[in-house]
Design a protein around this ligand. Structure first.
Ligand SMILES: [Zn+2]
Ligand SMILES: [Zn+2]
Length: 134
């Protein structure tokens, strides 16, 4: 299989999901249709995409990296329980992020990230169930 086909497929899948997958998760999604695709290829392409500004790399601390096919500026919420990253749909925050980004040159900074920390819906409903059982 041609490399360009693999590249396209990786980018397509990443742009079609909202789960901000890791390289491993993307590899698992793609390996059903592309059994010969290696994890190393996924890693390499993701790094290239991120350098080229085609995808957004989300540093989750430590070795964990997640990727976002949506390169438009938007705030994220990270769940401290399961590590899931979700988009925060809040126009006020997005507006604020835009305002703050204009300050970056004066601060000699390049990028701005807004990351909220909060338990996701999955985990909060699981916690509620546990409380009911207890
Ligand atoms: Zn969670
Ligand atoms: Zn996102």
């Amino acid at each position: 299989m041609k490399r360009s086909v693999q590249r396209e497929a990786i980018l397509d899948v990443l742009r079609s999901v909202k789960s901000h997958p890791t390289a491993e998760e993307l590899h698992a999604m793609l390996s059903e249709t592309m059994p010969r695709l290696s994890l190393a290829t996924v890693y390499r392409n993701l790094e290239q995409f991120s350098h080229a500004g085609l995808v957004q790399k989300i540093d989750c601390g430590g070795e964990l990296r997640r990727f976002d096919g949506n390169v438009a500026m938007h705030p994220h919420q990270r769940c401290p329980e399961c590590g899931r990253v979700c988009d925060v749909e809040n126009s006020r925050l997005t507006e604020l992020q835009g305002e703050m980004e204009k300050l970056l040159p004066a601060l000699r900074c390049r990028t701005l990230r807004i990351e909220l920390c909060g338990v996701c819906n999955n985990c909060s409903s699981a916690q509620n169930e546990q409380e009911v059982q207890a």
